[in-house]
Design a binder for this molecule. Structure first.
Ligand code: HEM
Length: 414
């Protein structure tokens, strides 16, 4: 490398003592593996007529790389406002996700983050930064593969984190060179350790926990070029392009770029469904670092009664729909009632569950919890978190260092 690019290497060595240079070498060393085995030409993606187009400023994108990518090619509406039928069709066509798995994910996201009457939701933030998949502690959860926790990220739970990508690169370099199940279990274990240590509001309730654990298994199962376990490879090219990161060889940081398929990419050739996802999540990923649902702080320095009650509060909220209409009105009112009773006590009352853990909830018309509109109201997020709740902004670097305290004042570089 010194021979080929003497200027680059000497510049890097001068500034950061060769650290960047060795990262550049690591990443280059991981490039080059290709899909093996028998590939069905019908599985090549994208299909004709589905062109990549980077999302524009008004397009909603959030924590799910799979859905973001599908919208970038027009398999889903490019504006990121999607409905149930579109999700089922696009996830099967683009990635061969089983209908049962897509149904579970879509139904819960509509219930918790979207609109039941129109069976729709936004991929990132909804209007006014309310709802959408960015909404924390619903489907979106802490301990994600390459996103920070809502609390430590100061509301930014949806951009790719440079330091987590770096951590993952170190793991695969020491292992098979691939994002296989073992590498993802190690990434999960490290992320879970970090969250237990630094996030007193670490949130793991059954449904979101399943989504986030499943997401680790999705790397090999969906992002491999070809079929995982049958010649397909979860290589750096596939994963970095699909999840959307790019090494800046000058700074040594990973930029978050729009999600796209690499050249010559084949989806898995048979569906991966709910049973397989749960089996992988609970047999291959979760054992690497147990996080007790509903009481994530157990066995950590952050364990105390207040935090456990706050877990319960977040849990009830996570199964509370964002907005309800028609026949569900009674259920909505019941949920409102429960939250209105709990919030003053657990949210801002004597127990003081931190508001720093809650996404904004109120959209002006929603019947969910009208009192949330009051300044500092029961579930009204503090402004620092709320200002980070918007849609993904690409071509920037996020989180060059580990946020051991809520990273509310961190500067993003372009
Ligand atoms: C069927 C509808 C889907 C819904 C509603 C959905 C929703 C979500 C949500 C809410 C998250 C955030 C989880 C967290 O905070 O850890 C997420 C993350 C993720 N999703 Fe999806 N998803 C869907 C389909 C897919 C598909 C088809 C793929 C892959 C092909 C996929 C791959 C992932 C991955 C890898 C992550 C973790 C990203 C990271 O932090 O590195 N999802 N998804």
């Amino acid at each position: 490398m010194a021979k080929r690019e003497p200027q680059l290497l000497s510049g890097l060595t001068d500034t950061v003592g060769g650290v960047v240079g060795s990262l550049v070498n690591d990443v280059r060393g991981l490039l080059g593996s290709i899909a093996e085995g028998i590939l069905n030409p019908d599985d090549k993606r994208p299909e004709p007529g589905y062109e990549f187009q980077a999302p524009g400023a008004g397009d909603s994108r959030g924590p799910c790389p799979g859905l973001n990518l599908l919208a970038n090619y027009g398999y889903l509406p490019r504006d990121g406002y999607v409905n149930y039928g579109q999700i089922l069709e696009a996830t099967a066509r683009g990635f061969n996700m089983g209908t049962d798995l897509a149904t579970v994910l879509a139904v819960f996201s509509i219930l918790a983050d979207g609109d039941i009457a129109t069976e729709s939701f936004y991929l990132g933030a909804g209007p006014g930064n309310v709802g959408g998949l960015n909404r924390h502690s619903t489907a979106e959860a802490d301990i994600s593969p390459h996103r920070e926790d809502y609390y430590t990220g100061c509301g930014d739970n949806h951009h790719v984190s440079s330091r987590l990508v770096k951590q993952g690169v170190d793991i695969i370099k020491a292992g098979s060179g691939k994002y296989d199940m073992s590498a993802m279990a190690q990434q999960y274990a490290k992320n879970a350790d970090f969250s237990k240590k630094y996030n007193p509001f670490l949130y793991a309730f059954p449904f979101p926990q399943i989504v986030s654990l499943g997401a680790f298994a999705f790397y090999p199962q969906f992002f491999s070029n070809g079929t995982y376990g049958a010649g397909g490879v979860p290589n750096y090219e596939s994963v970095s392009a699909i999840v959307g990161w790019q090494l800046n060889e000058k700074t040594g940081h990973f930029e978050y770029v729009p999600e796209r398929w690499p050249e010559n990419w084949y989806r898995r050739s048979f569906p991966y469904g709910a049973v397989e996802a749960l089996t992988d999540a609970f047999l291959q990923i979760y054992p690497a670092n147990i996080v007790v649902p509903g009481a994530s702080q157990l066995l950590t320095p952050n364990f105390n009664v207040t935090n456990i009650l706050c877990d319960v509060f977040q849990g009830i909220r996570s199964i509370t729909p964002l907005g309800l209409a028609g026949d569900e009105k009674d259920a909505g009112e019941a949920a409102d009632w429960a939250l209105s009773k709990l919030s003053p006590v657990l949210g801002v009352g004597a127990l003081g569950c931190s508001l720093d853990t809650l996404s904004p909830d109120y959209d002006g018309d929603s019947i969910l919890f009208p009192s949330a509109s009051q300044t500092g109201g029961p579930i009204n997020s503090p402004s620092a978190q709320a200002s980070n709740a918007g849609n993904n902004v690409y071509n920037k670097v996020y989180f060059t260092a580990a946020p051991t305290k809520p990273a509310c004042n961190h500067a993003y570089s372009s």
